[in-house]
Design a protein around this ligand. Structure first.
Ligand SMILES: [Zn+2]
Length: 418
């Protein structure tokens, strides 16, 4: 066997073991051998390498109930490497730092209407937040190994180019390159992806879509994005536009004109700005929070006008979801973002509207709220990076070394006589 092939087999086995450790609650080496079908000696050698690379750690002794010597249990190491999740949306930018177990170690959001300024201003805000996140990584002793940025539009993944974001009015913006420049060329990769797809990834990883093979997620903000999950993976469609449920017409003949050129799109009724307008509050984020949180407060206090408006929104949502349910037959539909914030007042109406329209093919679909609140897209951004590490555990080390070199360089610059 050629050496390159041996290396490839080794890397794929490292990945297999790392994934099983991620999925299983604190397995021992013997359990891993059973789970992977590899022999115990191989598993021990792979585990030793994963420990050395900072991917895995021994977490304690398994309870063997007196049957022989207690074995060490293994978990992903949450003390060495971290991923950044970033988001540029229409009226805010946000960041989080996740460790290898996906736990959020730092997060921050800044409200800013990105439609009213050039992309450069948004990237400056985002770079500031990313700088805070990197400083926090330093303080926590975590090495950042990558960043995933969520944007509200269509994206060319290979180049990190935002192709078209209708609600921002941005076209052909090289997002990855802008952030790379703003951060002074950091020694880790920067990925860019659509916000609804990343929100779905976040919920698949550790939220309302965990264990769901076929699902649908609606990511509501100023606009409404959507993600379709088929057989456990995000379905992109032929041009990467799949899931744009915000532009499914629910009032095609008498509805309002939409930015997309259509009429009565779901977004013109259930988008955050449309809801805000209907209940008479500002459509963009203020110091008192997002429009959705203000609407939620009023609904909680029993404001009859707000409750009536939300009933109408729920029905429109249900009409659009019913169409998608008939096409895709998902197991679960998740309302995320602003729609997640408002879910307590939308779920019942949306469920009714769906069940009225799916009697021909009765469905067991569950319509539920996001479990990650407004963190789903940034956590999905971090998950994108963490997935890479689990699929090639050898990639992290090279990045850690480059990070350390650049930290040395930075330190050198600081102490250099001026
Ligand atoms: Zn539209």
């Amino acid at each position: 066997v050629r050496r390159a092939d041996q290396r490839a087999v080794r890397t794929s086995n490292l990945s297999l073991v790392a994934r099983r450790i991620a999925e299983t609650r604190a397995p021992s080496r013997a359990q891993l051998a059973k789970l992977t079908g590899l022999n115990k000696t191989t598993v021990s050698s792979l585990v030793a390498e994963l420990i050395e690379r900072g991917i895995v750690t021994e977490s304690g002794l398994a309870d063997t109930r007196g049957a022989g010597r207690p074995a060490q249990t293994l978990e992903l190491d949450d003390s060495r490497i971290a991923a950044l999740g970033l988001e540029i949306n229409v009226d805010y930018v946000a960041v989080c730092v996740c460790d290898l177990r996906g736990a959020v170690r730092f997060r921050a959001t800044v409200g800013h209407d990105n439609r009213r300024s050039s992309p450069a201003v948004a990237f400056e805000l985002l770079a500031n937040l990313a700088g805070d996140a990197l400083a926090e990584c330093d303080a926590l002793g975590l090495t950042p190994i990558g960043a995933g940025i969520s944007v509200p539009g269509t994206v060319e993944a290979e180049t990190g180019m935002l192709i078209h974001a209708p609600n921002l009015g941005w076209n052909e913006v090289p997002v990855a390159q802008h952030l790379r420049d703003a951060l002074g060329n950091p020694p880790f990769p920067i990925h860019v992806a659509n916000d609804a797809n990343l929100a779905a990834l976040g919920e698949l990883e550790s939220g309302a879509l965990r264990g769901v093979d076929d699902g649908l997620l609606l990511y509501g903000n100023i606009g409404i994005g959507g993600a379709v999950i088929v057989a456990g993976a995000i379905f992109r469609g032929s041009g990467g536009f799949a899931g744009e449920i915000g532009h499914v017409p629910v009032r095609p003949f008498d509805g309002e004109r939409c930015r997309c050129g259509g009429r009565g799109c779901l977004e013109t009724i259930a988008g955050q700005e449309a809801i805000a307008r209907r209940v008479g509050i500002p459509g963009t984020r203020s110091v008192s929070g997002s429009p959705a949180t203000i609407v939620a407060e009023r609904a909680r206090s029993g404001d009859a006008d707000v409750l009536r408006a939300l009933d109408e929104v729920a029905e429109s949502l249900g009409v659009a979801i019913a169409g998608a349910v008939s096409l895709v037959d998902p197991r679960r539909v998740v309302l995320a973002g602003a729609l997640g914030t408002l879910a307590p007042w939308l779920l019942a109406g949306a469920r009714d509207a769906v069940s009225q329209r799916t009697r021909v093919a009765p469905t067991a679909v569950e319509i539920v709220s996001s479990e990650l609140g407004d963190e789903s897209a940034i956590r999905g951004g971090a998950a994108l990076v963490l997935h890479e590490v689990l699929s090639d555990p050898t990639c992290a080390e090279a990045r850690v070394q480059r990070s350390e070199q650049s930290a040395v360089k930075r330190a050198g610059l600081v102490v250099a006589p001026g």
